[in-house]
Write a protein that binds this ligand. Structure first.
Ligand code: GLA
Length: 422
C-alpha cells in the first residue's frame, strides 16, 4: 500500500516534470501594449490593421521600444470564425491579411500576441452579433496556427467553460494548452486568465508565464484600489518565469474617440494621482506592464509613468522578486489606510512605496527602513523615483506627504561603511 502510494506520488511528479512549462520566457515581467481600451471604452475597441500598425509605428518613436515594451497584443477582437478545416480565421473586414499585420509588427521589432479562450466561445460573445470561437477542442490546432504565424504571446481566457452541464477544470485545460504551445517548438509566452478563482499563483507557474491574479482592472479608482488590496500577500509567488498579472494598465484613461469622432481621445475614469498609484504599484508588485490605452496620444501622466525609466527598472529588476505590503502607518486612527510596500532589488537595494488609500485626507506617511530585511540600525541613500531627486544625506526612515489615493516611491541604497552610516 505504502509502495503504491509512493509510486503514485512519483508518477505525479514525473507527469509534472513532463508537462512543466520550459519555454525560458518571462524571466522578467512582460511589457507591451494591448488593444483592450484604446479606441473605445474597454471592451469596445475594435482592433484593426490600421490601429495596430499605427501603434507599432508610435512605439518605435515615442521611447517605448527602447524602454523594453516589446509585445503588441490583440485582445478579444481579432478572430471571426473557423474555416471548413477548423482553422481559426481573423475577421477579414478588420484584418484583410492578418499575417501581413503580424509581419509589419515583427518588422518594426515587436512580438505579436493573440487572445483565445479555453472554452467553446470567447468572453465577448454575449455582446456581439455572432459567437467567436474559443480554442476548446482545437488546442493543438490553434497552437500550430499561432506558431506558423509567428505569434509569440498567447492569452487564454476562461469563459464558456461549462460543457453539457459540467465545468471544465482549469488545471487540465491550461496544462493542455501549455503542452500544445511547447510542442510547436517556438517560444510562446503563455498568459492564463481565470481571474484568480483557483488560486493560480499556487500552481499555474507549471503551465504559464503569468496568471491573472484577480478580476478585470477597469478605469476607475475602486477597481485599482481593490486589485492592489487583492494582491497583498501574493508577492512571494512571483518570480522569473511566472508572474502575478494585475491586468492591463489604464494609464491616461480609456479611449472614447469613436463617440466624439476624435481619434486618440481619452476619457479618463481616474485622476492623474490615481494613475500614478496604479503604475507605481504595478511596478512594485512586478506585474506585467501591458498598456491598454491609446499610446498614440500620451497625456502628461502617461509620459511621467509609462516612460519612467527608473520605475520600469524596478519592475524589470533581475532579482525577480514580487514586492508586497510590509506594514501600515497609522493614519487617522485607521490601521490600514496608509500602507508601506517594498520590493527587494539587486545588490541589496530596495524600492519602497508609501500609499494613502484615504478618500479625503492627505497624510504624512513614515517608512522606517528597519522594517526591511537586513536594515535594522542601518541608513540608506534615498532617491525619489518619480521626481528623480536624490536626498542629500543618508536616512534611517523617510516621511512623505501623500495625497488621497496617492503613492510616493523611493529607491534605497543601504550605506555599509562605518564613516557614512553615523
Ligand atoms: C475577460 C478578460 C478580459 C478581456 C475580456 C475579453 O473579461 O478578463 O481581460 O480579455 O474577457 O472579452
Amino acid at each position: 500500500m505504502v509502495v503504491t502510494l509512493a509510486l503514485l506520488v512519483l508518477c505525479c511528479q514525473c507527469l509534472q516534470h513532463v508537462i512543466a512549462l520550459k519555454n525560458g520566457l518571462g524571466l522578467v515581467p512582460p511589457m507591451g501594449w494591448n488593444t483592450w481600451c484604446t479606441q473605445g471604452l474597454c471592451g469596445l475597441d475594435r482592433c484593426n490593421d490600421k490601429e495596430v500598425r499605427e501603434i507599432a509605428d508610435t512605439m518605435t518613436t515615442n521611447g517605448m521600444k527602447e524602454l523594453g515594451y516589446e509585445y503588441i497584443n490583440m485582445d478579444d477582437c481579432w478572430a471571426d470564425k473557423r474555416d471548413d478545416n477548423g482553422n481559426i480565421v481573423a475577421d477579414p473586414k478588420r484584418f484583410p491579411d492578418f499575417e501581413a499585420t503580424i509581419r509589419y509588427v515583427n518588422e518594426k521589432g515587436f512580438k505579436f500576441g493573440v487572445y483565445t479562450d479555453a472554452g467553446i466561445y470567447t468572453c465577448s460573445t454575449g455582446t456581439r452579433l455572432h459567437r467567436i470561437p474559443g480554442s476548446y477542442g482545437h488546442y493543438e490546432q490553434d497552437a500550430k496556427t499561432y506558431a506558423s504565424w509567428n505569434v509569440e504571446y498567447v492569452k487564454m481566457d476562461w469563459c464558456n467553460t461549462k460543457l453539457n452541464g459540467t465545468d471544465l477544470d482549469p488545471h487540465v485545460q491550461y496544462a493542455q494548452m501549455s503542452v500544445a504551445l511547447n510542442a510547436t517548438g517556438k517560444p510562446i509566452f503563455f498568459n492564463s486568465c481565470e481571474w484568480g478563482k483557483d488560486s493560480p499563483w499556487e500552481w499555474m507557474r507549471t503551465y504559464a508565464n503569468s496568471w491573472r491574479s484577480g478580476p478585470d482592472h477597469s478605469d476607475h479608482w475602486a477597481s485599482t484600489r481593490d486589485i492592489i488590496e487583492h494582491n497583498i500577500g501574493l508577492g512571494k509567488y512571483a518570480g522569473p518565469g511566472g508572474w502575478n498579472d494585475l491586468d492591463f494598465l489604464m494609464t491616461g484613461g480609456q479611449g472614447c474617440g469613436i463617440f466624439f469622432n476624435e481619434p486618440g481621445k481619452h476619457c479618463p475614469g481616474m485622476t492623474d494621482t490615481e494613475y500614478k498609484t496604479e503604475f507605481i504599484m504595478w511596478c512594485i508588485m512586478a506585474s506585467p506592464l501591458l498598456v491598454a490605452t491609446d499610446i498614440r496620444n500620451m497625456t502628461d501622466v502617461m509620459k511621467a509613468t509609462l516612460l519612467n525609466k527608473e520605475l520600469i527598472a524596478v519592475n524589470q529588476d533581475k532579482l525577480g522578486v514580487g514586492g508586497d505590503k510590509v506594514g501600515n502607518w497609522n493614519c487617522s486612527g485607521n490601521a490600514s489606510l496608509c500602507q508601506l510596500w517594498a520590493k527587494p532589488l539587486v545588490n541589496g537595494t530596495f524600492a519602497i512605496a508609501v500609499y494613502n488609500k484615504d478618500d479625503n485626507e492627505a497624510h504624512n506617511i513614515t517608512f522606517d527602513f528597519g522594517l526591511l530585511p537586513g536594515m535594522t540600525g542601518k541608513k540608506a541613500q534615498v532617491r525619489n523615483l518619480y521626481t528623480h531627486e536624490e536626498y542629500a544625506s543618508p536616512m534611517a526612515s523617510i516621511t512623505a506627504p501623500v495625497e488621497p489615493h496617492g503613492t510616493e516611491v523611493f529607491k534605497l541604497t543601504p550605506i555599509t561603511t562605518d564613516n557614512t552610516s553615523a
